[in-house]
Ligand binder design. Sequence first.
Ligand code: SF4
Length: 678
Amino acid sequence: MTSLHSAEKNLSHRVADTFAEGGLLSRLANSFHVRDGQVEMAMAVSDQIEKGGALVVEAGTGVGKTYAYLVPSLLCGERILISTATKALQDQLFKRDIPTLVNALGLPIRLALLKGRSNYLCTHRLRQSQTQALNLDRWVRMDMVKIQIWAQQTLTGDLSEVDGLNEQSKAIEWVTSTRDNCLGSICPDFRTCHVVEARRKALSSDVVVINHHLFFADIAVRESGVAEFLPASRVVVFDEAHQLNETGVAFLGKSLSNAQLMDLRRDTLVAGLQMARGMADWNGLCIALEKSARDWRLAMPKQVPGGRLGWEDSAPEGCHPEVWQQVMSDVAVALSNLATALDSVSEIAPDFLRLNERTHQLGQRVAQFFQPAADSSVRWLEINGQVKCVESPLDIAEVIQSKLMTPLEAQNEAQVSKTWIFTSATLGDEPTLKWFTQPVGLADARILRVESPFDYPAQSLLHVPSDFPKPLDPRHSMEVAFLAATGARLLGGRTLILTTSLRAMTVIGEQLIKAFTDDPSIDVLIQGQWPKRRLMERFRQGDREGLPGCVMVASASFWEGFDVPGESLQLLIIDKLPFPAPSDPLVKARSKNLESNGGNAFNDHALPEAIVTLKQGAGRLIRNEADRGGVLIADTRMRSASYGERIFSALPNMRRIDQTDLFWNELSKITRVSTKVS
Ligand code: SF4
């Protein structure tokens, strides 16, 4: 312990030296310059590492928060777990940021990247699929061949190594495992399993980079080895922490879907016909299971607004209770018959043991959904091609407190306790950041807000038109398209429109296509027309190399994580304030819960949700000191509603312009002086 304490006494000094003018970071890169906010955050992280406990940092765009938490975490010389919301940031940390710093700091650190099991080849399922005459289409068969060739020489089993394999390829589900179908330690391929090897490597590393999905999958079912790594980690960092609550809620609930039943049918048929042919009527049993899953789907409405049906009584809203009882009972009977057959062949191969367990688990899940929902949880039926029963907690506060924080207090007092860092560019709209801390159970955490170093009044404009159709007016999307076309003509493209619904995106996209049909200088891009990565690359490329400029319209998945530094984005249009849908069962349950505890559902939930999403969306525009441009929010409620000023004050301090003509003039002026980014 003496050496630990002496090392920690020096930590703040070493961090300060690393960030100082002429320090290691400025020697590392000529472009590095000291940013007060970054140093402030780095020193707060060092201090927290010395003391232990939880620190929540909202660090505005451009602060350099990644290095601000990495430098002290790496210098402290202890085991670190870092979790991100997206694979993109996970890859960036693992491939670029951490190796760069580790080399510069000269630290002998073993680093591992751990992904979810669906990213790794399952050798057992690959072998099974090779012995089957699977009824696959030509493209899937071609992908299977690629995977088989690569499988012979891969060391990691990470499918991202397979050249030209699309992430959406149907072949992937045949060669990867799920928690449901993995045989675990009874698997004949366990010794050479890539999933097991990736976890083993993570467990013997000093720094492990994971994502929030994996973290919560593990908290929920101790699935991936993170639960073993966690107790030994002295510092745990959650980057992109604003997504923590929603990711946690999605993993900590219970669910039952007709897709799970269909997967069980598929795996049973493959195993039954391959290893126990004639020992049960596998075809008949699987047809009965498939029929019950299809009947369940057919008895439900085809589509529902928002894709979710509330479920407060014995059946989901809009489903006749007797019909619901019948379809679910049929599923239960089909599962029970299958379980009997699997029981009789369990000794033949481990595959049947696991299939039998899966069948029993699904049967239990059906029984649970016949019972009333647990207290402080909410239940709904999800309909989006598939049907899925979901029961979820309202937030993750209880789990974070009971499974993560409480054990810390129980630690030996002589030990320095674990440090938890939660950070993101957007964690709320008021000083206590309670939008983030309350649902995550961090009411006692230390809070730090670090302002962006950008000169927003000089770099950016903000305009909300006053004479404009109201959000529910049927002309609204057409008028947004008109504004976007005006802006794109002015700037030669360089325009992004973020919408709050797919419907608005379609209308705006169609209008833009009409507007630029005869104009070869502008490309209209619409989310969904190509894979997301290709769309993002094309938009970032902009009008360079003689290409047409771009105007792009996109919805939810582009509101965050889409970086366009430089001149390819100079006008960002947001069609409406992104309030959560009040009819959504989870939103409704949270609102009800808040009101019953004396809160106000609109001010304490809907409004902060909208503000955080809006800040994320508006944050796409200015990504570095050289960027210039304007944000236009086409929602008159910003100017007319009593809550409008709260929203304005939560946004970066952009220069506000109230007249539309003046906005176009000023936009034209500031974008003409924009500086190229090196
Ligand atoms: S242990 Fe699971 S993931 Fe590994 S090879 Fe066996 S079935 Fe596949």
